[in-house]
Design a protein around this ligand. Structure first.
Ligand SMILES: C[S@@+](CC[C@H](N)C(=O)[O-])C[C@H]1O[C@@H](n2cnc3c(N)ncnc32)[C@H](O)[C@@H]1O
Length: 263
């Protein structure tokens, strides 16, 4: 099993080399090459600090819908995320700046059932704002690795964890292309929104099950889930995504991924 902090740089599914340093806005570093290492990637320290200041200044902290024990920085119409996109041609969809139904349900589930993570090593795969991993740490996890391919998510989850008085280990990179990691449980919040991604994530989670790692998935019943392999554990009312105002009108589910039955 790979050490989550020493994996080599790999390529993203799009075929483009993954280089979060290039993906971050250029800043004056006065000739100093300070970087922070997060798993597969080294991220320019001054760019990271600039983004974190942007988040702190423009994305107010507030309670997470249906999980009010947790506070996160969240975008609103005045946040001006376009200013980040303007500085950075590689700026992607800012999932990290919003709430997602699957993550909300899984965070709620983990806080209400702390025994599923207490004392265990967890991977929050596709962590975004970090809400699921933060819930796991608050519920007593021994360690949480919060993995995301978006360097902006790495910046946001560190701030959000600190706001809640916990620490997660950020991992910048795509673990789905590799072997099962050295953890006891994988938590997946809302990562089945695209068919190709869902296929890759499912194959990775299969490898995790084969390595006797438990897998919990939070999701608003999206079509690309591996439905035949899921066991429904609970449903929680809440919005399905971002700034949706459908709170209470939808049911977001938490599933366990079940091992394939022989024959
Ligand atoms: C819909 S958001 C969900 C975020 C969070 N889990 C939640 O529920 O609030 C999906 C996140 O997965 C990340 N992501 C997409 N593909 C990924 C991959 N292969 N490995 C890790 N993260 C990935 C995206 O950057 C994004 O932050």
């Amino acid at each position: 099993m790979p050490n989550l902090c020493e994996a080599p740089v790999r390529a993203l599914a799009g075929g483009r080399a993954y280089n979060p340093r290039r993906a971050l806005p250029k800043t004056e570093n006065h000739g100093k090459e300070a970087v922070h290492r997060f798993g597969e990637a080294a991220i320019d320290a001054s760019a990271l600090a600039w983004i974190q200041r942007f988040i702190q200044t423009n994305l107010p902290v507030g309670p997470v819908p249906t999980v009010p024990e947790i506070l996160v920085h969240r975008a609103n119409p005045r946040s001006g995320l376009w200013r980040l996109a303007e500085r950075d041609a590689d700026f992607g969809t800012p999932y990290w700046a919003y709430d997602w139904g699957g993550g909300l349900a899984l965070a709620r589930h983990v806080l209400d059932n702390p025994q599923c993570v207490a004392g265990r090593r967890a991977l929050d795969l596709g962590a975004g704002s970090g809400v699921v991993g933060i819930a796991a740490m608050l519920a007593g996890a021994r360690k949480v690795v919060s993995a995301d391919t978006d360097p902006y998510a790495i910046a946001a989850m560190g701030l959000n964890a600190a706001v809640n008085g916990v620490a997660v280990t950020p991992f910048a990179g795509d673990l789905t292309v590799g072997p099962a990691p050295a953890v006891d449980i994988v938590l997946v919040g809302d990562l089945f929104y695209d068919s190709h991604l869902a296929e890759r994530v499912t194959m990775f989670l299969e490898r995790c099950l084969e390595a006797h790692i438990q897998v919990l998935i939070g999701d608003p019943w999206r079509a690309f889930l591996p439905h035949a392999r899921l066991r429904l554990l609970a449903e929680y009312p809440g919005p399905d995504f971002a700034g949706s105002d459908q709170a209470g009108q939808r049911k977001n589910a938490v599933f366990s991924l079940e091992p394939q039955q022989p024959g």
